[in-house]
Ligand binder design. Structure first.
Ligand code: NAI
Length: 776
């Protein structure tokens, strides 16, 4: 067809991008790639093909790294790390800046290579992936530049092992590598087996930016190589991929002391209210589920539309689907390219085939393509409504009231992103806080930026990428010394029993409760005096406590001002009983009167500090380079299970309960195993301080007995452990059940005389990024 004819008919004419430069780069490496280790490519080893999914043709051969290769890459990164960190923020910033410039200068090469290897439309690779990659390096060059001023005392973690998926190969590399390098870490990265080429090209070209050797190492291969990276001598593991593998990684790293962030799957709701601009919402759907063929972790894959407009909306959607052009990804006019691999295409087909819903499909060519698909009329419990399809398949249902929309949206084990479409600003901003997700987009979707935190809650993983909150995953504070286990004082040969029998109960739902199992234990002073008895909580008590905490949800909705008043009041009441608490500390621990008084005074001070913070941990408004603003809203995590420290039993207890309360969480707190009476006395203070029932629940017993249960409990959102019992590994391994956040001491002591407010604040909150239209 000639151009003149196209003008005549206004018909579609293909506009293919040339692949010559990208193929020349591959040919320049003889079509075979080794690994990139210590600044150079190794000799290619046992290899596998990477193919263009649109044509099925082999693009290159890539090495399957051996465990020894991974060890060598980690050793190179380890060797390079001190020098890279010592270069200082501004020194690293210059190199990150140079990397950003290289991405821009070679943008077409990267875009075409990405399209060839992944099948995504060149329009997306060029305008979205590669431009966001450059933005990410620029942004983090800036973070390196100002790190020393803005994050005083922050140190690099060391070597980071990073494993990424195939849906945004270069962009995921940027999300992982840029913040890690900015903060002075070095990296061993494993790209996905289907899409290794842009990572190799990046490493190749990074040499031109003056990146010192060993700072960035790329090991290619399948999941076994990923496993080797996770198991290697790295200080941090960052993973993006499936929830299943995320859980395996959580288990594999449990107790290792390795920092971990997981960015996993989703089944993100896309809610359309009846007052929405329907045509713009239809375009939103195109971006939500047909962008990158729906192979997007935050894809708006569940359409939840208000009943009155559902028919009209589905009609408009079907009309739009008919106009989507699926085909050669190198064609600049293509809306949807190939599915990344025939395996993935078959996986999508297998999930959809046989569905009982009403299926509407667009067109797609033969081969590794899948048509845009809409399925309506499904029950909310249908597997297609619950499971991640990771393809261009939208499933839909309807709702009547905003409350029902929220409940349908949250009816998922995931919590990555959500979209709300309405012309009513009150409605949008009423719904946004109610959605269980790390990201909410209002009248827009799939928006991402280096400044805006990205990441989920629930089984979508934990940790954020991007923004200030993302940096937290790549720095550490001072490390504590090894903790000496503290055991309860053993029963003396000659017991001194005086006064009336005193048995402290558990504290659940604002009431004192007898332990379910009917077991207690005596608490002795080092001088042999019986101080009282405490109940031994079992799994049923823990379950009751979690239920009580879950039921106290109103606490999370109270204002910071209100929470501050209550924390001040607790401080006031503790202060009134200071002498009694000091005597108890001395009796239990053998501390001198002076030491005990100091601990009580510090505890009152700590309560005042957290009362002060309750209404001051503000979020941020992120300036993002699109029309809008991304609000970083600090929300409570929910129910936090806590194992209180044994050292400084009162100050430690207050230091873990108060920040959680201040940020609107409810706690199930297991008292120090050795010195539990500080906690049972403390709940009497809570009882007289207007703390609503269920906000703080206190269990006594053996931390070892309760760790697995707390770690694995499906209705606990996070577990903190500062116990001197060896329970960190158990908690982390068990947490894989629902992928709750964990914060454990790994046997290291913390200095409880220091507030360390920012660490506690971050651990006590979940950042929700809410994108709203703003400005012109
Ligand atoms: P995957 O989670 O298996 O692969 C992601 C990365 O992890 C790849 O680099 C892979 O080699 C590596 N890997 C695999 N097993 C590993 C292990 N045991 N230890 C360490 N690394 C390991 O994802 P896959 O199989 O490619 O896709 C399966 C499904 O996962 C998709 O259909 C989709 O539902 C979901 N998925 C979600 C992604 C997201 O961004 N949330 C990305 C990719 C897949």
């Amino acid at each position: 067809m000639t151009v003149a004819e196209i003008f005549e008919t206004m018909d579609y004419g293909p506009a293919p991008e040339s692949s010559a430069e990208a193929m020349a780069w591959i040919d320049g490496h003889d079509g075979r790639f080794g690994l990139f280790v210590d600044g150079t490519f190794t000799e290619p080893g046992s290899s596998f093909d990477t193919r263009n999914p649109a044509t099925g043709k082999t693009l290159a051969q890539v090495t399957q790294a051996t465990p020894e290769d991974v060890t060598a890459a980690v050793a190179a990164a380890r060797k390079a790390q001190p020098g890279w960190e010592k270069l200082g923020g501004p020194g690293r910033a210059r190199i990150l800046y140079a990397l950003a410039r290289i991405i821009q200068k070679q943008s077409r090469l990267f875009a075409v290579l990405e399209t060839l290897d992944s099948g995504k439309p060149i329009r997306e690779a060029r305008d979205i992936d590669v431009s966001l990659v450059a933005r990410h390096f620029y942004y983090h060059a800036g973070m390196a530049q100002i790190m020393e001023d803005e994050l005083p005392g922050a140190r690099a973690l060391g070597v980071c092992g990073q494993v990424i998926p195939w849906n945004f190969p270069l962009l995921m590399l940027a999300w992982k590598v840029a913040p890690a390098l900015a903060m002075g870490n070095t990296v061993v990265l494993k790209p996905a087996e289907w899409t290794p080429l842009t990572a190799l090209a990046f490493a190749d070209l990074a040499r031109e930016a003056g990146l010192p050797k060993g700072v960035l190492n790329i090991v290619t291969g399948d999941g076994a190589v990923g496993e080797a990276v996770v198991g290697a001598d790295v200080d941090k593991v960052a993973f993006t991929g499936s929830t299943e593998v995320g859980k395996a990684i959580r288990r594999a790293t449990a107790g290792s002391g390795k920092a971990l962030t997981l960015e996993l799957g989703g089944k993100s709701p896309f809610i359309v209210f009846d007052d929405a601009d329907l045509d713009s919402a239809v375009e939103g759907i195109v971006d939500a589920i047909w962008f990158n063929g729906g192979q997007v972790c935050c894809a708006g894959s569940r359409l939840i539309v208000q009943e009155g407009i559902a028919e009209d909306f589905h009609d408009r959607l079907r009309t739009r689907m008919a106009k989507l052009r699926v085909g050669d990804p190198l064609d600049k006019c293509i809306d949807m390219g190939a599915i990344v691999d025939p395996v993935q295409r078959d996986r999508i087909a297998a999930m959809v085939d046989g569905t009982t819903g009403q299926v509407h499909r667009g067109d797609a060519p033969e081969g590794c393509f899948y048509p845009p698909t809409l399925i309506t009329g499904l029950d909310p419990a249908d597997p297609l409504m619950q499971d991640e399809i990771f393809g261009p398949v939208l499933v839909g249902t309807t709702f009547r009231t905003p409350a029902e929309a929220v409940s349908l949206a949250n009816n998922t084990r995931y919590g990555l992103a959500a979209t709300v479409w309405t012309e009513n600003v009150n409605l949008a901003l009423d719904i946004a806080p109610k959605l269980a997700s790390g990201i909410v987009w209002v009248n827009g979707t799939n928006m991402m930026d280096a400044a805006a935190g990205f990441g989920g809650v629930r089984e979508s993983g934990f940790g954020r990428e991007g923004g200030w909150e993302g940096l937290r995953a790549y720095v550490k504070g001072p490390e504590g010394k090894a903790l000496k286990p503290v055991a309860p004082v053993a029963a003396p040969k000659e017991a001194k029993v005086t006064g009336l029998d005193r048995t402290a109960k558990l504290y659940v739902g604002g009431k004192q409760a007898r332990p379910d199992g009917g077991y207690s234990r005596a608490v002795w002073s080092p001088k042999g005096a019986l101080l009282g008895h405490v109940g031994l909580a079992n799994r049923k008590d823990l379950r009751n406590a979690v239920e009580a905490a879950r039921g106290a949800g109103a606490w999370s909705k109270t204002t910071g001002h209100q929470r501050a008043q209550i924390l001040y009041y607790i401080g006031e009441n503790l202060s009134a009983r200071a002498g009694e608490f000091a005597a108890r500390i001395s009796d239990m621990t053998g501390a001198t009167a002076k030491q005990a008084e100091t601990e009580v005074a510090a505890s009152v001070g700590r309560l005042f500090t957290w009362a002060a913070w309750a209404d001051k941990y503000d979020g941020r408004a992120k300036g993002v380079p699109i029309r809008g603003v991304a609000l970083a809203m600090n929300e409570p995590v929910g129910v936090i299970g806590q194992f209180a420290p044994d050292e400084m039993p009162l100050l430690g207890l207050v230091s873990v309960i108060a920040p959680a309360m201040a940020m609107g969480n409810r706690t199930v707190t297991v008292a120090s195993t050795a010195f539990p009476l500080a906690a049972t006395d403390f709940y009497q203070v809570l009882e007289t301080s207007d703390v609503p029932g269920g906000v703080v629940n206190i269990l006594t017993g053996d931390a070892n007995e309760l760790a697995a249960q707390m770690g694995g409990h499906m209705d606990v959102d996070s577990v903190w452990s500062f116990s001197s019992s060896d329970i960190s590994a158990t908690i982390e391994a068990e947490s894989a059940h629902n992928l709750k956040r964990t914060w454990v001491n790994n046997g290291r002591a913390r200095d409880w005389s220091v507030t360390d407010a920012h660490t506690f604040l971050a651990q006590a909150t979940e950042v929700k990024t809410v994108w709203i239209p703003y400005g012109e």
